[in-house]
Ligand binder design. Structure first.
Ligand SMILES: [Zn+2]
Ligand SMILES: [Zn+2]
Length: 256
């Protein structure tokens, strides 16, 4: 059984085809998926998507790429996190690739999420792009190691991965690991201890080979697992089993 640890099933291109996607997940033995929040206005819609399905879960948070969007408070996030379907805070973090300074608001928003994680006791889903130094610094300053989480869609260096793992974070690999040119990431996929690894689609984005350029969905997470297994020269069943176990130990609010 496989788990997609990070997807956006509530985005229109996926939500419109939900019955078919759930069917494909079943066929590919993708037993669970975490639907990750990107902003407050879209959150009620996200909850509507996950509510009827016992194998779908939610997070609550505001993505660093949304500049003109309602800013959440620590109390608000912690309060929303009490919903039984919510198992994580995020996605949050820093993205210096899409936007440029002044980005103090992004760093403040990130701190708010880490504090909400402390208040709610739920793990963090962290997005970091071209901002690893500040991401790690703020994680340290806010004591993120006390509750841990996941560095999602990881594309940074081995040193960054190590620093995150030392702070009790898992490393999640997306379909990027299947891309021909992603040699550094493929090397990293062989070095991360299997008990610190998660797999994800980040769908509808980043469809893995052989679906590159098409709309991604959680059923395609099997191709991420297959690539990691190939790189590590282990049976894909081992990657499936361990990443599933890791998912449930990190998102421990889920009752299996
Ligand atoms: Zn992200
Ligand atoms: Zn995402």
């Amino acid at each position: 059984m496989y788990v997609d640890s990070h997807c956006h099933l509530d985005f229109p291109e996926l939500a419109e085809n939900l019955p078919g996607i759930l069917e494909n997940m079943k066929r590919n033995q993708v037993g669970h998926a975490l639907v990750v929040s990107v902003n407050m206005p879209q959150w009620p819609g996200l909850m509507e998507v996950v509510a009827p399905h016992s194998h779908l879960y939610a997070s609550v948070g505001v993505h660093p790429d949304y500049e003109d969007t309602p800013e959440p408070t620590v109390e608000q996030l912690a309060d929303m996190a009490r919903h039984p379907k919510v198992v994580a805070i995020g996605e949050t973090g820093l993205d210096y690739f899409r936007l440029s300074e002044p980005l103090e608001w992004q760093r403040e928003r990130f701190r708010t999420h880490i504090r909400a994680s402390r208040k709610s006791g739920l793990p963090l889903i962290i997005h970091t792009r071209s901002a690893s130094e500040d991401t790690l610094r703020i994680m340290r300053e806010e004591g993120a190691d006390e509750f841990g989480g996941v560095m999602h869609c990881f594309t940074e260096s081995w040193e960054v991965a190590q620093a995150a793992m030392e702070m009790n974070f898992y490393i999640s690999l997306s379909g990027i690991v299947t891309f021909k040119k992603a040699v550094d990431l493929q090397d990293l996929a062989t070095r991360i201890p299997l008990d610190r690894l998660l797999i994800e689609t980040d769908s509808p984005f980043l469809a893995p080979v052989p679906y590159r350029g098409k709309t991604n969905d959680p059923s395609k997470v099997i191709h991420v697992a297959e690539k990691i297994a190939e790189l590590r020269a282990v049976p894909v069943a081992d990657v499936a089993r361990q990443t599933t176990e890791n998912f449930f130990s990190l998102f421990s609010k889920i009752k299996r």
